[in-house]
Each structure stands twice: as C-alpha cells, then as structure tokens.
Design a protein around this ligand. Structure first.
Ligand code: 4AD
Ligand code: MG
Length: 478
C-alpha cells in the first residue's frame, strides 16, 4: 500500500492499478459517489469514486466540502470526462468534519475581499493555492540563482538603530510599557534607558549591512522581511514585505543592470518550467477577469504571454533625462491627464509616469538610470555632472517599480560630505563610512520587492493577495 499524493499520481503512469492511500480535503461531493479531492500538492483535484453500497449513511453524510478525509483505493483509468485517472475507493475515513452551514469556502466564486477576511482558509481555493505554490517556487529560484553564482546568503538584522536609508516611516521597537517610558530633562522619551540603549526600529532594508558582506565575501544577497510604516493604501504597498538585495564588489551600474535583468528572467523562466499547471490556471483566471473590464483597459497579452515576453526580450535602458523628455512631450502630459504634470527636469516620477513609459511608450520592461541626486538616497554614487547619481529603477508593466538599486558612493569624502549635507549623523553610520576608509572599491546592488515579483508572475492585481497574511494600515489579523 502506497501513501502518495495527487501530484505524484497524475504524473506517474506506473501508479495505474496500484493501491494507494490519499489524504486531503473534499472540494465537492456529488451524486453520493464522486468526491473531488484536493491535497494541495497540485491545483488538480482527483476524483475518488466511492462504493455507495458499502459505505454507511453516517459516513456519506460527513463527506462535506472542506472535510479532511483519508481514502484507500485503486488508481484506474477514468471512465468519465475531465480526468485521466481516478481512485476507486475501497475504504474511506473522515479525519476531520466540516460543517457545511459554517464552512466559508463554498464551491462557488468568492470575492478576493471576502477571501482576505478568511485568509486562514483561502489557500483551499484554486487561485490562492496556485499563487502560494508559485510564490514558494519563486523563493527557491531566487536562492538557486544566487547560489549557482556563488553569492553568499546573508541574514541582516531586523531590528536596526539607524534610519539611514530614509526609505520611509519606520516601526519603533521598544520594551517600554504604556505611559512608563522614562523622560529626559527636556521631556522627550529617554531611549538610552530602553532595551538597546538607543532608539530602535524595524528595518526598511538590509542593504547597508549587506554592503559589509560585498566588501569582504565579494558577492552577497539578502532575502528577508522589511518594514515600512507608510500610510499608503495601494495595491502595491505592504507594511511588511520581503526584499531580495544582492550586493557585489567591483561591479558598476552597467553590471548591476545586467544582473537585475538576468536574475528576473531566470526566476520567471524557472516558474514557466516548474509551475505549468498553476500558471495555466492563473492565465485562464486573468483572462476571465480581463473580460469584465472595458475594452480600453484590457491587457493585450495573457499572463503566459507577458511572462514569455519578459523572458525573451531585452529590457529597455533609458536615462532619467531621456525619460523626462518623453514624458514632458507625451499626450497625457500635454492634455493635463497626469495627476502630477511633468514640467521640469528634477521632478520625482510618480507611478502614473512609470506606467506610461512602460505600458504605453516602450511597451516593455524599462530600466531608468542616472536620476537627479536630490530625489534619491544618500549612498548613491555621484556622477561627474555633479547633479545625477548612478541610480537605477526597473519598471514593469502593471506593477511600476519592481527594483530599486544603484552603484554605491565609494569615495569617503564625497559620502561624508553628502551625509553632512543631509544631517545624517556620522556616529550612527561610522561603520558604513569605515567601508570607504579601509579598502574601498566600486560596488553596486539592488533591492527587488518579492511580492511585486509574485504579483507580476501570477497576474494578481492586489499585493494583499500574493502574501499569505498581509500587513497593511488598519490590518494585522491572523
Ligand atoms: O526602492 P527601494 O526603497 O530600495 C531600497 O530599499 C534599497 N535599499 C535597495 C537596494 O539597493 N539594496 O525598495 C526596493 C524595492 C522596490 O523597488 C519595490 O519593489 C519594493 O522594494 N518595495 C515595496 N514592496 C511592497 N511594499 C512596499 N511598501 C514597498 N516598498 C518598496
Ligand atoms: Mg525605490
């Protein structure tokens, strides 16, 4: 007797006529005979045909949607349409009942809003099980890509004492109890008496610490949670998200762009090869969803076409200055359709601009680089023009910014001066400056928002639907 799973059975013809034990959850039960069983190993259900005569009424009554069951039976070629094989059940055991009047995940279409409120059970639906399997495979591909290229996986701290990145509002970490925080003479909270003896927060990025690894082990990457307390309720922002941050010594911005492009293509290719059933389902799902949109808003490509397009085509590389010219002369700008009109060089790009460039103008992924220094972080390398920095953002259709990175400022004096100008205390980042004091070298890296990648890979339009338990303003259930 073989304990197996549905994925194994469907791909292994040798299992036909074998006796197996399967455990999973009932998706549907019809005609008192046919159970559609799903065990999570694949998007596909397997039909289990029970021997009605020899199964007690008591048991039949308990075969409800959502119940956990164990079946023993023989794999046979299916008589019915819609499946190649099925299980002829000889024994069935109800492992865990599911009250049909209470179980929220009925075999019908539920809205994503409803399913978010039932996030603990939504992985029992086709859409969310597919998304989460793809997410898992993507994680693996991330590690495989970097490990095959001798990058070192580094775990950077989650609690940090500096807000050097300036990437947004942070979440305070403290052990002070309500109203019991000691105060300084001028009435402020005295963090010198707190757990770490200083003010601490959840990190917005592992980059600065990852740089210490690039400047010692040569090639490093992080893949961990990051936190931003921005109050932005969009379909692309989470308060807790996962970021992948490679950092490489002796690599300049061109190398950084090559790395980002190659990396993204590799991981998307990986899921095209390893998640065929799930992607086929998600492709169909998106096509259905698109049909409910007005013609003008529909995507020209299906999910699979989009993935293949990105894998097969070069990303377009454009300077910020070129992009501003394109935007300034664009139709929506002239017709005042942008919420933030583009008038002058130096303007920060909003997502409406990024999406125009990618979706309307270039119609492919775009890498924008050489941004104005004053709209980017302090650590980016200053160009010889004195006003732009070696920054790069990778922009994706439907997503906007998926990657942000740069060549780092490796010159001690230039960096120290920049920090002074921006009031970034040297005491906070003395160790970061030390990297420029002892054996400095050209180095670069980037950060890719993992959930935005999963969004692109699965065609899910809301970032809350690609992370198991989303953390967003006013929401930390589960
Ligand atoms: O552009 P960001 O802020 O860059 C950094 O944090 C750098 N330290 C990265 C580096 O050079 N090592 O963030 C990087 C990426 C963005 O491009 C986006 O994909 C994602 O992180 N991201 C978010 N994803 C979900 N929710 C949010 N609130 C995000 N903020 C940024
Ligand atoms: Mg950015």
């Amino acid at each position: 007797m073989m304990k197996t799973n549905v994925a194994e059975i469907l791909k292994n013809e040798a299992l036909i006529l074998q006796e197996v034990i399967l455990k999973g959850w009932v998706r549907t039960f019809r005609s008192n005979r046919f159970i559609a069983l799903n065990d999570g190993s694949t998007i596909k259900n397997i039909q289990c045909v029970i021997d009605f005569e020899n199964t007690s009424d008591e048991t039949i009554k308990r075969i409800n949607t959502g119940a956990a069951i164990s079946v023993k039976g023989t794999i046979v070629e299916s008589q019915g349409r819609g499946q190649s094989v099925e299980v002829q059940v000889t024994e069935i055991e109800i492992l865990g009942d599911s009250n049909p009047d209470e179980y929220p995940i009925q075999p019908k279409k539920h809205s994503f809003e409803f399913l978010r409120e039932n996030a603990h059970l939504r992985m029992r639906t086709n859409t969310f099980s597919a998304v989460m399997r793809v997410r898992s495979k993507l994680s693996f591909a991330v590690h495989q890509y970097f490990q095959e290229r001798d990058f070192n996986y580094v775990n950077t701290p989650i609690i940090t004492g500096s807000d050097a990145e300036g990437a947004g509002e942070m979440f305070r970490v403290t052990t002070f109890k309500d109203n019991e925080a000691p105060l300084t003479e001028d009435g402020k909270i005295d963090y010198s008496k707190d757990f770490f003896g200083k003010e601490t927060n959840l990190t917005v990025s592992g980059q600065l610490e990852a740089e210490t690894f690039a400047m010692s082990l040569g090639k490093a990457y992080t893949f961990g949670p990051t936190f931003r307390a921005e109050n932005s309720n969009t379909t692309r922002h989470l308060a807790e998200f996962w970021m992948i941050e490679p950092e490489v010594a002796f690599m300049d911005l061109d190398g950084n762009m090559d790395l980002a492009e190659d990396f993204i293509k590799y991981v998307l290719n990986y899921i095209l090869e390893h998640c065929k059933d799930d992607l086929a389902f998600l492709d169909q799902r998106l096509t259905q969803e698109e049909k409910s949109k007005p013609q003008a808003q529909r995507s020209e490509m299906s999910l699979l076409e989009k993935l293949k397009f990105v894998v097969d085509n070069n990303f377009k590389r454009v300077t910020y200055t070129e992009a501003i010219d394109i935007l300034r002369n664009s139709k929506p700008n002239k017709k005042k359709k942008f919420q933030f009109p583009i008038n002058e060089w130096g303007a920060d790009l909003q997502s409406e601009h990024e999406r125009f460039l990618v979706e309307k103008h270039f119609k492919c992924p775009v890498i924008l680089f050489d941004y104005p220094a004053n709209i980017k972080a302090f650590y980016m390398r200053l160009n010889d023009d004195g006003k732009t920095v070696r920054a790069m953002d990778v922009l994706f259709p439907g997503i906007g910014e998926i990657v942000g990175g740069s060549q780092r400022e490796e010159r001690y004096n230039v960096l120290a001066e920049k920090m002074k100008a921006l009031d970034i205390p040297e005491e906070e980042l003395w160790w970061y400056l030390d990297l420029r004091k002892f054996g400095t070298a050209v180095h670069s890296g980037f950060g890719l928002g993992f959930e935005r990648l999963v969004q692109f890979a699965t065609g899910m339009s809301n970032i809350r639907d690609v992370i198991p338990f989303p953390r967003t303003p006013q929401n930390a259930e589960f």
